[in-house]
Design a protein around this ligand. Structure first.
Ligand code: PEP
Ligand code: MG
Length: 586
């Protein structure tokens, strides 16, 4: 943190990950497992407070039972016994009675009473060498965390803020994000995070400013503090002065004028000066964004991340999913919506999916692996997608494909679902394009094999970069190594494009690099047919493509590939971008 105190305002500098400026009060989301404050309550609040806690216990029970059932499916009943112990702890009558008595006697909110009581039990077992007792300690910890999360979730379900706010948090997971009332959120200021974490991606998608790596702000700020969040410069300003606000107002007016000029041409096709069409589509995560996506000038939706709808309601029915997918499809009609099947795992954890924490979730049960392992969920989603395909143009793509077998297996299940629906007399679309995401080096290297199984490729550079260079996309210590112009990454992209061209299928990039207009010349030169970008960047990327010539971009890309140095590659594409469309960098 760099804090520069002044008489009237305080400034923190972090890393800008989503552009824009917001001026509002903050709402500080406390870490899930901070000891809850012992907030006093009035006698007439006791019953409502206890009811909230009982509801959290109930939801936790459903969650544990679902995990237990999943584990029986996966591994047989032996391993599932652990959840019996969890249910016994959850339903322990003496704990329940003691909590109720203490809340009534001391008139303290139930969160603090329950948490402290469970900590007392944990303290009694912590550090014991007996492995049985140590396991019991871990069981109590696990159950307590689940209940506390639901107690907090309950509060999030009933919005804690009536006015628009800037969310301040230690970290923000995708499941935290889906629980927020997004109509009231104007920006994100986060202590942890990185440009490629899904919270940052969502902020860009929703066109909300976001700044990460604002260390310790959760301790320094209080809900209700007025701040200005600058997602262009990475600044958070508490109590901005009249002078600062005036400076930002004039900057905003200039930015609006520039945006207006781009807005006018947004629906025109993106054809290079020498006649090559490079389509620009948009990425989306939420149904409520779709109107903005359609208005952005995007040709279609190149990536709809379905995990976020799943995290909003992990128990959603096939009917609800089909309805959501249909709504998205109808809004974009006649344009296509390419839905990516669930890419849970990594930083998009659904606690119900896995029964135990994985040592390295990004190399674990993620994407298509998890879907193929949870066929009940996968079938529900595929059937819902097929039903939506009767109402517009739907594409389906599989995430985290590592080789050809996974694609075959997923397609076979899709065909089976289509047959079933036809037998049931349910209409489905006729022309559904099926694609594979290329985001693991093994998939890029075997792209020629995978190409014969699909209608298109979508290159997920966010993951392709992390897996190729072995650099965690969320880890700020190694963020400097996360380089899209690393020669190995460029070779894998080129290999994928060549395999697609040979097989006569289309190839798109849907990772964040597609939204970066400094990289557009290089991506066009590498032969990408399409760029799927954040909705807010569509008009800019289209403008960039129109200003380029394919021949020049190809020559530059060839030079970059021969040179084999990532700094050189970045400088070459950047200087072409600056020369061809300087107006985008003003
Ligand atoms: C990617 O990896 O580039 C991608 C688009 O998928 P996600 O960011 O959701 O992992
Ligand atoms: Mg990915």
């Amino acid at each position: 943190m760099s804090e520069l105190p002044s008489a009237a305002e305080q400034i923190w500098k972090g890393l800008a990950v989503s552009p824009g400026v917001a001026h509002a009060i903050v709402h500080v989301l406390k870490d899930h497992f901070d000891e809850p404050d012992a907030t006093p309550i009035e006698p007439d609040q006791v019953e409502a407070d206890l009811a909230r806690w009982r509801k959290a216990l109930e939801v936790t029970q459903t969650e544990i039972e679902a995990l237990q059932a999943a584990m029986i499916n996966e591994q047989g009943s032996g391993e599932a016994e652990i959840f019996e112990a969890h249910l016994l702890i959850l339903n322990d009558n003496s704990i329940r009675k003691q909590v109720e008595r203490t809340v009534r006697d001391l008139l303290i909110c139930v969160d603090a009473v329950y948490y402290r009581l469970m900590c007392k039990h944990m303290d009694a077992l912590r550090g014991l060498s007996d492995s049985y007792l140590r396991e019991r300690y871990l069981d109590i910890k696990d159950v307590t965390h689940r209940v506390m999360r639901h107690l907090r979730g309950e509060m999030l379900d009933h919005p804690m803020f009536d006015d628009p706010v800037i969310i301040v948090a230690h970290d923000l997971t995708p499941s935290d994000t889906v629980q927020l009332d997004r109509s009231k959120v104007l920006g994100f200021a986060i202590e942890m995070g990185s440009a490629n974490a899904h919270a940052a991606i969502i902020a860009r998608s929703l066109s909300l400013p976001a700044v990460v790596r604002l260390h310790n702000i959760c301790d320094d700020l209080h809900s209700g503090d007025p701040v200005l969040l600058d997602g262009d410069e990475g600044l958070l300003i508490r109590r901005p002065s009249a002078e600062t606000l005036a400076k930002y107002r004039s900057r905003e007016a200039q930015a609006d004028a520039r945006e207006d000029a781009l807005h006018v041409t947004r629906h025109q096709p993106s054809i290079t000066g020498d006649g090559c069409l490079v389509k620009v589509s948009a990425n989306a995560e939420f149904i409520e964004e779709m109107a903005v996506v359609r208005d952005s000038g995007a040709e279609h939706v190149g990536l709809f991340r379905t995990e976020f709808l799943h995290l909003e309601d992990p128990d959603a029915s096939e009917d609800w999913l089909a309805d959501c997918y249909t709504r998205a499809t109808k809004i974009m009609a006649p344009g296509e919506v390419i839905f990516r099947t669930l890419d849970l795992g990594g930083d998009k954890m659904d606690p119900r999916m896995t029964s135990e924490e994985e040592p390295n979730p990004f190399l674990g049960w993620r994407g298509i692996r998890a879907s193929l392992g949870r066929r009940d969920l996968f079938r529900r989603q595929l059937r819902a997608l097929l039903r939506a395909s009767a109402h517009g143009k739907v594409g389906i793509m599989f995430p985290m494909v590592s080789g050809v077998e996974e694609v075959r297996e997923a397609r076979a299940l899709l065909d089976q679902c289509a047959q079933e629906l036809m037998h049931e007399g349910v209409a489905i679309g006729e022309d559904i394009a099926i694609g594979a995401m290329i985001e693991i080096p093994s998939a890029a290297v075997s792209a020629d094999l995978i190409a014969t199984e699909v209608d298109f490729f979508s290159i997920g550079t966010n993951d392709l970069i992390q897996y190729t260079i072995a650099v965690d996309r969320l880890n700020e210590r190694v963020a400097g190594l996360y380089q899209p112009t690393h020669p190995a990454v460029l070779r894998l992209i080129r290999m994928t494009v060549e395999a697609a061209n040979k097989a006569g299928i289309r190839v798109c990039i849907c990772g964040e690099v597609a939204s970066d207009v400094e990289l557009t010349p290089l991506l066009v030169g590498l032969g990408l047919h399409e760029l799927s970008v954040t909705a807010g960047q569509v008009s800019r990327v289209k403008h960039a493509v129109r200003k380029l010539s394919l021949a020049d971009c190809r020559t530059m890309a060839e030079e970059v590939m021969c040179h084999g140095c990532m700094t050189n590659g970045y400088e070459k594409t950047r200087s072409m971008a600056m020369a061809k469309y300087p107006e985008l960098f003003e």
